[in-house]
Each structure stands twice: as structure tokens, then as C-alpha cells.
Design a binder for this molecule. Structure first.
Ligand code: AMP
Length: 193
């Protein structure tokens, strides 16, 4: 099906896991800016070299860099009929850039799904993940900073999308399957269909 969906929520809310499941279910590509950046860091591309210093500090990569990368990704064939954005947009400037990208093709967003999660819970989850994945941006200090940046720069976007009538807020706590069911219900997809 064709759907254009944004998944928004604090780091550690389970966006990546839910994005992969939902994308598979809807047969649309999951586009995760965090994972595209991480691939570029691993491959030591110029984009990766630039992004790394921000990522390691728990800061956002500058909007122009991120917007350009997303524009290029959304112009690829597999995204022309729909996509699930995980971790983008994160700033009001990114919202504007996405609006422009969509306007060029006459497309529009269908849903913005907000995964809600308690701060202590996400810190605990991220600390566990830090031990498993050894991510450089997962020390407790950096984690707390990433959450502050989220609250300051990204949380306000939910209000903006609510005003557009696109926001579907889902409780991100609980078993992965349960959360997936809530997400599907929130976007009007029958769980068993
Ligand atoms: P994530 O895996 O989504 O938590 O992203 C990991 C890191 O990549 C973030 O902490 C940022 O440094 C960077 N990043 C990912 N998406 C964005 C974005 N939309 N804007 C700016 N920086 C981003």
C-alpha cells in the first residue's frame, strides 16, 4: 500500500524496532536517518566523517546536511510510493524541508505516530543497549543530553502535527508485539488483515 508515515519519539522509545515491523507490514521502506548516518560513519564517507562528531556528542547533525540526505533518499525508486520515516524530521527546519520535498511531487503525509515513553525507562533501555551494541553515543551523560535535545527541539513537533490532524500517540511501553498492535490500530490498520 502507499502510505507516508513519520515515527517520532524520544531515543530509546523503540522507534527502530517498530519502524522495521511496520514497514514490512505495509510494504514500504523504513528510512532511518540515524541508521543512514551510522552506515556512513562505518564506511568513513565524507558525510559520515561530518556526522560523527555531532552524533558522538549527542547533538543533532546540522539541518542542511540531514535534509539533503533525506531528499536524496526519498527520491529513490522504492520510496516513491510511500515510506516510513524513523527519526526524521527532528527540528522545525526539517519539517519545512519535508513539506517542500512532498509538495514537489504533490504528495502528503498520512500519519505521524508518536511513541511515548517515560524518561527513566528510556534511559534504562539505552544503557542496556549501550552494553550490547557499544554505541559511542550511549554513555549515561550523552543519553541524558540526547533526551534534553529531544525535549527542546523535537517534542514541540508533535504539537505542530497535532494541529494538522496527523498525530497518533501510542504508548511505547510493553512487549514489542503489543506496541506494534497499538501502532497498527492508531493508523487504522486491522491487526489481523
Ligand atoms: P537515532 O538512531 O535516530 O537515535 O540517531 C542517532 C543520531 O544520529 C542522533 O543522535 C543524531 O546525532 C543523528 N540524527 C539522526 N537523525 C537525525 C535528524 N533527523 N536530524 C539530526 N540528526 C539526526
Amino acid at each position: 500500500m502507499s502510505a507516508r508515515i513519520i515515527l517520532i519519539g524520544p531515543p530509546g522509545a523503540g522507534k527502530g524496532t517498530q519502524a522495521a515491523r511496520l514497514a514490512e507490514r505495509l510494504q514500504i521502506p523504513a528510512v532511518s536517518t540515524g541508521s543512514i548516518f551510522r552506515t556512513n560513519v562505518t564506511e568513513e564517507t565524507p558525510l559520515g566523517v561530518e556526522a560523527k562528531r555531532y552524533m558522538d556528542a549527542g547533538e543533532y547533525v546540522p539541518d542542511e546536511v540531514t535534509n539533503k540526505m533525506v531528499r536524496e533518499r526519498l527520491q529513490q525508486d522504492d520510496a516513491l510510493n510511500g515510506f516510513l520515516l524513523d527519526g526524521y524530521p527532528r527540528t522545525t527546519a526539517q519539517v519545512t524541508a519535508l513539506d517542500e520535498i512532498l509538495a514537489e511531487t504533490g504528495d502528503s503525509l498520512d500519519h505521524v505516530v508518536e511513541l511515548e515513553a517515560d524518561t527513566d525507562e528510556v534511559v534504562a533501555r539505552l544503557l542496556t543497549r549501550a552494553q550490547i551494541e557499544a554505541r559511542a553515543d550511549d554513555s549515561e551523560e550523552i543519553i541524558r543530553h540526547r533526551l534534553d535535545v529531544y525535549v527542546e527541539q523535537t517534542a514541540p513537533l508533535t504539537k505542530l502535527y497535532a494541529e494538522r490532524g496527523l498525530l497518533r500517540t501510542v504508548d511505547g511501553l510493553g512487549a514489542v508485539d503489543e506496541v506494534s498492535s497499538r501502532v497498527l490500530a492508531a493508523i487504522g490498520q486491522d491487526q489481523k488483515a
